[in-house]
Design a protein around this ligand. Structure first.
Ligand SMILES: Cc1ncc(COP(=O)(O)O)c(C=O)c1O
Length: 343
């Protein structure tokens, strides 16, 4: 038994930064440059984000965490009497300590989902109470690609969902903390992974960066004041060149999709192995996250060696997340520990 459990599957943000990212930071560490994003690296990184998402008219902001990127995007979308919709497992709802509510003063209302995938028909009911002064007014719906439970929105599904939301006069935010995993898993273009979304947070931290997520504001006129929200919550990094350099490094030569594809491959290997052992999967494995139900003995065996997350302590579901750095040996190590619990 290991003295200290490995964090290889705890989360993709437990992974180290990719060496090319570190090299890029070192290269950016040269002399004095303009601060607060007025530097050349920031302009180049913003252009790289615009280019991969084929959004020439978008504004790009950079934040230090995915939580901050979501909060900035959502808080800039609404006024206090409006409402933010999202899935019942959305990170913005469950895992941001109420940040979007605090910064926007608008409620965040969950919609039922299939592991984060929302039926577009549910939006009709959500907007039905619009109008009277007594009710919060739905303004934006946030969806996650890939979802918190590791599912992906196919190009058709996300296109239909966003089309319907727009028909209902709702804006759409895509939490793309793991968008590279969705793009790689579906083998689609980046624009197809976000369809006609109005604003997208683009993950870097979970995909090999040291830290940093981008905000792609595709309809800037609808997010008036977003730069002030970013500044107010302390997310306009004065030394932004170092975040920008990381984005240049991962986007420039397709590294972000190579790292994501590797994470997905490791997840597929682990998922296939768990299923071969007859262990019950709690969600389909479609990107880099695996959810499996383990009885207490199996959980104890695996968690002695690997730190793993149990989203709900009352349920037997255990989450494994693979990253760009996960190895086949680590995957096979988990499977060996669980082999005695095969059914
Ligand atoms: C779907 C999703 N969005 C956003 C975040 C936030 O990222 P961070 O931990 O960098 O704030 C996470 C992190 O786990 C996430 O899973």
């Amino acid at each position: 038994m290991a003295d200290v459990p490995s964090h290889a599957f705890a989360s993709d943000n437990a992974a180290p930064a990719h060496p090319k990212v570190i090299d890029a930071i070192v290269a950016a560490n040269d002399g004095a440059v303009a601060s607060y994003g007025n530097d050349d690296a920031t302009q180049r990184a913003a252009e790289a984000v615009r280019t991969v998402f084929d959004s020439p008219d978008a504004e790009v902001l950079f934040a230090l965490t995915g939580t901050a990127a979501n909060i900035i995007a959502l808080a800039a979308a609404v006024r206090p009497w409006q409402e933010i919709l999202c899935s019942d497992i959305a990170h913005s709802l469950v895992d941001e300590a109420g940040g979007p509510v605090r910064l926007s003063s608008a409620p965040v209302t969950p919609l039922p989902s299939d592991n984060g995938l929302i039926d577009p028909a549910l939006l009709d009911a959500a907007v039905a109470r619009r109008g009277p002064v007594h009710h919060s007014q739905p303004r934006i719906v946030s969806i996650t690609q890939s979802t918190e439970n590791g599912r992906v929105w196919t190009p058709q599904a996300i296109k239909d969902f966003i089309g319907h939301a727009h028909d209902l006069d709702l804006l759409v935010h895509v939490d793309g903390s793991r968008i590279a995993n969705a793009i790689a898993a579906l083998d689609i273009s980046a624009p197809d992974a976000i369809a006609d979304a109005d604003i997208v947070t683009v993950g870097g931290t979970k995909n090999g960066m040291l830290m940093g997520d981008a905000i792609l504001v595709r309809r800037p006129e609808l997010f008036d004041g977003i730069h002030f929200v970013q500044k107010q919550i302390g997310q306009l990094a004065s030394k932004q060149r170092f975040v920008a350099a990381q984005f240049e490094a991962i986007l420039g030569d397709g590294l972000w999709l190579q790292t994501a594809a590797h994470a997905n491959r490791m997840a597929t290997r682990l998922s296939a192995g768990l299923q071969a052992l007859g262990l019950p999967m709690a969600a389909p494995t479609e990107a880099n996250e695996i959810f499996v139900d383990l009885d207490p003995a199996a959980y104890a065996a695996v968690s002695a060696e690997y730190s793993v997350h149990r989203p709900d302590p009352l349920l037997p579901t255990v989450r494994f997340v693979c990253s760009w750095a996960t190895t086949e040996a680590e995957v096979d190590g988990v499977l060996a520990l669980l082999a005695p619990f095969a059914t």
